[in-house]
Design a protein around this ligand. Structure first.
Ligand code: NAP
Length: 355
């Protein structure tokens, strides 16, 4: 087993880490960390448990530690609030921990991999450019809305070349953490502003689809324009995407490229079976958050409504579709756990050998 700590364990993403790791065959949670408000309390008292599954009793009994703790573990998952994640994650990397983060703070650092494991696993090599004065390092996963987008774009970029993307998001309430958006703002309403989200989608996408070169990642040569909205859905970020490709492409060819795309992780050996990263549906009324958000236990992004988009290009290079992905699983904790599994498969994080 690989021993793991969770930073920000009491939050929305932290609780998803707890739920997913409590039944994971490769990881054992030995430490839960949160703010001074929670430190010293049993986890079951500190966290207002909001997951649909019952809290694992062993983790429920763990006493929450503060960010100065030094647990005996190989990997540290972070769901820390961005106001503290930058300094705290750097401190843990300096102290020799492998930090696998959801927070935005280190994502765009040129030495830090911004990973969606199936999309750009080669970017892990950026770790070799980090120097924390220890064996520690930081890897990050993207913003929850960027993840669904790049999963759909990767096959199109590989097959036809993506030139421009316009995306309109409809993002779930759980993406704002707990308690998140006030009920009177959320119910029966759409809020057309999510701070920093549109910029993150534009910049993170270019790094993830970028090419790893000797001196770092060269951004992908495409432009992304995003409009991000909060909608009264509990889980699942839904995105309407229009793409201009480099070559004329029919909707059938675009759908087939996404259907037949093969994840590079299929060439590696993993401890667990991996869920399909991408599914394309022909159902004209799908995907929907209520029925499709938990596809692949929340790890599968579902694409539908693949059509021509004459507004993006009048010469047959425009394609539009919708994509749905689970924001706290594929878009956060699940992606980070798969990142750690990738680090293990590549030999960068080792299982503990008991004496
Ligand atoms: P959240 O529910 O507000 O949880 C924040 C966590 O950070 C809590 O465990 C909190 O502990 C801890 N924390 C806050 N201030 C702290 C401090 N001064 N020292 C130590 N710990 C502190 O937020 P969230 O939605 O889970 O998001 C967590 C991170 O993941 C954020 O960086 C967010 O941008 C990112 N993210 C979220 C999503 C999503 O869908 N929600 C998706 C992708 C990425 P206490 O309970 O003790 O206050």
């Amino acid at each position: 087993m690989i021993r793991a700590a969770i930073l920000g364990a009491t939050g929305a993403v932290g609780q998803t880490f707890v739920r997913l790791l409590s039944r994971h065959p490769l990881f054992e949670v030995v430490s839960v960390v949160a703010s001074e408000r929670s430190a010293g309390k049993p986890y079951r008292e500190a966290a207002r448990w909001l997951q649909a599954e019952t809290l694992d009793p062993i983790i429920g009994d763990l006493v929450v530690q503060d960010v100065h703790a030094s647990p005996d573990c190989e990997v540290v998952f972070s769901g820390l609030d961005a106001s503290v994640a930058g300094d705290v994650e750097a401190d843990w990397a300096r102290r020799g921990y492998a930090v696998v983060s959801n927070a935005r703070n280190w994502r765009m650092d040129p030495t830090v991999p911004l990973l969606v494991p199936e999309i750009n696993p080669d970017h892990v090599a950026l770790i070799d450019r980090q120097d924390w004065g220890s064996d520690g390092f930081i890897v990050t996963n993207p913003n929850c809305s960027t993840i669904g987008l790049v999963m759909a774009l990767r096959p199109l970029h590989d097959a036809f070349g993506v030139e421009a993307v316009h995306v309109v998001t409809m993002q779930a309430l759980s993406g704002a953490g707990y308690p998140g958006v006030a009920s009177l703002d959320a119910l029966g309403n759409v809020v057309p502003h999510i701070g920093g989200e549109e910029d993150k989608m534009a910049t993170e996408t270019l790094k993830i689809l970028g090419v790893l070169e000797d001196d770092g990642v060269r951004d992908a040569d495409l432009v992304v324009s995003a409009q991000c909205n909060r909608v009264p859905v509990v889980d699942g970020h839904f995105e309407a995407v229009s793409v201009r490709l480099k070559t004329p492409t029919t909707p059938e060819q675009a759908a087939e490229a996404m259907r037949s795309w093969r994840s590079p992780l299929e060439d590696l050996t993993f401890t667990t079976d991996l869920p399909a990263p991408l599914v394309v549906t022909d159902d004209p009324a799908a995907p929907q958050p209520r029925t499709h958000v938990n596809a692949g236990d929340g790890m599968t992004a579902t694409v539908g409504r693949v059509q021509a988009c004459p507004a993006m290009a009048s010469d047959g290079r425009g394609v539009k579709f919708v994509v749905l992905s689970h924001n706290t699983v594929r878009g956060a904790a699940g992606c980070a756990i798969l990142n750690a599994q990738l680090l293990h498969a590549q030999g960068r994080v080792q299982e503990r050998v008991e004496a």
